[in-house]
Design a protein around this ligand. Structure first.
Ligand SMILES: C[S@@+](CC[C@H](N)C(=O)[O-])C[C@H]1O[C@@H](n2cnc3c(N)ncnc32)[C@H](O)[C@@H]1O
Length: 200
């Protein structure tokens, strides 16, 4: 793709090809339990919620079914987005957008992270944190799951550890929670960290 910021950037063609060829090994088939557990106690049903790099967006199905009214889905891959538009065409609670997170404009109360951070090359991590903060209202939250391990194979997914993540997020966020997940799916148990970060 032209206009890449980094030579190794994973661009729209990379992700769209994954969707077209069905190489979507990240897809767990249902809403991520650490996210649903958090949302079960999140009170504001009218909060503006963004799910970037949403893929099949099972979390959005969960949120809509639980009465959340203002959910925005964003993915860079047109193939994924075409499927989402079809899947959610009857929903008045869910808006589907095709676009690059790093170029997205908006203001949200809550942004949900589920295997989106790990899909970005390491060079983009600081930019990711800064962009997340810019998309949040005052005291808005970035919450969800990060991998807390390093992977043997070259990414994606790209892993990391708590020390590294604290350094990336601390300039922009108060770290309310960054701890091992107790409720990961079996195949990811021991490899995930739950985060709840509040915009400074
Ligand atoms: C590893 S998948 C995770 C999908 C979903 N969150 C899940 O857990 O099943 C990463 C997703 O992010 C999308 N993506 C990658 N880079 C993006 C970007 N810069 N802006 C928006 N979406 C992006 C990809 O198309 C892909 O659907």
């Amino acid at each position: 793709m032209e206009n890449k910021k980094y030579d190794n950037e994973l661009d729209v063609s990379f992700w769209n090809e994954r969707w077209i060829s069905g190489k979507t090994g990240w897809d767990i088939g249902y809403a991520s339990p650490p996210v649903t557990a958090y949302m079960e106690q999140y009170k504001n049903k009218n909060a503006a919620i963004l799910i970037p790099g949403c893929g099949n967006a099972y979390e959005a199905e969960f949120l809509a079914a639980n009465g959340y009214t203002n959910i925005t889905l964003l993915d860079i891959a047109p193939e994924a987005v075409a499927r989402l538009i079809k899947k959610f065409k009857a929903s008045t609670q869910i808006k589907v957008l095709c676009g690059d997170f790093f170029l997205h404009d908006g203001k949200y109360d809550l942004i949900i992270e589920q295997t989106f951070f790990c899909a970005q090359v390491l060079e983009r991590r600081n930019e990711y944190a800064q962009k997340m903060a810019s998309l949040l209202r005052d005291k808005g939250q970035l919450t969800g799951v990060l991998f807390g391990i390093n992977f043997e194979n070259p990414g994606p997914p790209f892993g990391g550890d708590k020390k590294e993540y604290e350094k990336i997020f601390k300039p922009w966020f108060q770290i309310r929670k960054m701890e091992p997940c107790y409720n990961s799916i079996p195949s990811r148990m021991g490899s995930e960290m739950f985060i709840n970060l509040v915009k400074k």
